[in-house]
Design a binder for this molecule. Structure first.
Ligand SMILES: CSC[C@H]1O[C@H](OP(=O)(O)O)[C@H](O)[C@@H]1O
Length: 342
């Protein structure tokens, strides 16, 4: 069965990924035939966004099992799992998806294993879309009437199985006629905001104003923002949240200006194994991403660079975390674990 979403197309015998490095100027789909292709695509950010990374890893593992054919087994797939797990360290959805498929693989082999992995990868894809639609409803209920909101990075259909997390709330609020406009931070250095979020929202006819990251504080100071809504890559047991670099800055600004700071993430982004954010591995990416833009070097060629891809926002700065199960207000270890118990 084929499953299509904005960035991920499943064709049963291969996967196609929209190359998000080339958007919005070019729409190029890349074929994925196994776990090595999938791991490279995740590492190189052909596909990015915590849920989309998990979905891609699941399909990549299923395709690797198909490549092994009758030799497919949990043991035979161990190298593929290791390769996928090494592709990017911060988004827990990658590891959540691999662990979910490993549990399935434990007592199957050959054709039965291949079929089961393909079916569960598709289920992960479809479950994520449903989770985003539910989060959209729950999160839109939190917004002040006719709000103007600020968002960071890209948390839309490109980063997920469809609809989006923070952008899913924005899409649902817009569909209800309860959204004034969206301020999208450009999100240096990879520019997910200027290249991807502005593109998604313009395509949907949702009023978006692109701003430099450094304009966020002035917008809040001028009273132009009534809520900040962001996604997440890993939320620990006490509610500390890893997200795109610059998120912590926004949380501090929002607190200073008395503006709600809302995190939207599916349950697959919650990591109860880690007690707090100090344990989260923060990916550091190549210096060239800071020194240059799309291959044009702007900084001195050998200037030292520090390029963390994420930061951690402490739970006390987060007004609410929205998952598909509900809204966690004033997140803490007690409220998170109660939420996870359902
Ligand atoms: C809906 S999760 C999107 C999440 O992932 C982004 O990181 P990256 O583009 O590096 O994969 C960013 O942290 C977003 O909030």
């Amino acid at each position: 069965m084929a499953i299509n979403s904005a960035a991920i197309r499943w064709h049963d015998d291969h996967l196609e990924l929209l190359d998000q490095r080339r958007l919005p100027a070019e729409t190029i789909w890349l074929p994925i035939h196994g776990s090595d292709d999938a791991a490279t695509a995740i590492h190189d950010m052909v596909v990015r966004g915590a849920p989309a990374i998990g979905i891609t890893a699941a399909y990549g593992l299923a395709l690797e099992a198909a490549r092994l054919g009758d030799d497919a087994s949990a043991a035979a797939l161990a190298p593929a799992i290791a390769t996928l797990a090494a592709s990017r360290p911060t988004a827990v959805n990658l590891f959540w998806a691999l662990e979910r498929l490993q549990r399935i693989a434990s007592d199957l082999s050959g054709a039965a294993l291949i079929s089961a992995l393909k079916a569960d990868a598709q289920a992960i894809h479809q479950e994520d879309l449903a989770a985003n639609q539910r989060m959209g409803e729950l999160g839109a209920d939190l917004l002040p009437a006719n709000a103007s909101v600020y968002t960071h990075c890209n948390t839309g259909a490109l980063a997920t199985g469809g609809h989006g997390t923070a952008l899913g709330i924005i899409r649902t609020a817009w569909s209800r006629g309860n959204l004034q406009q969206v301020y999208a931070g450009e999100t240096r250095p990879w520019l997910q905001g200027s290249r991807l979020t502005s593109w998604e929202l313009l395509n949907d006819g949702i009023p978006v104003t692109l701003v430099a990251d450094s304009a966020a504080g002035q917008l809040m100071q001028q009273g132009k923002v009534q809520a900040v809504i962001v996604g997440a890559d890993r939320i620990t047991a006490n509610g500390d949240t890893a997200n795109k670099i610059g998120t912590y800055n926004l949380a501090v600004l929002a607190r200073h200006h008395g503006i709600p700071f809302i995190v939207a993430a599916p349950l697959s982004t919650l990591d109860a194994e880690l007690p707090d954010g100090s344990h989260i591995v923060i990916e550091e990416r190549d210096a060239s991403e800071v020194r240059s833009i799309q291959g044009k070097t702007l900084a001195p060629a050998h200037c030292p660079v520090y390029n963390p891809a994420f930061d951690v926002t402490p739970a006390e700065l987060i007004t609410a975390i929205v998952t598909e199960r509900g809204v966690i207000r004033a997140p803490s270890t007690d409220t998170l674990l109660a939420h996870l118990r359902g």
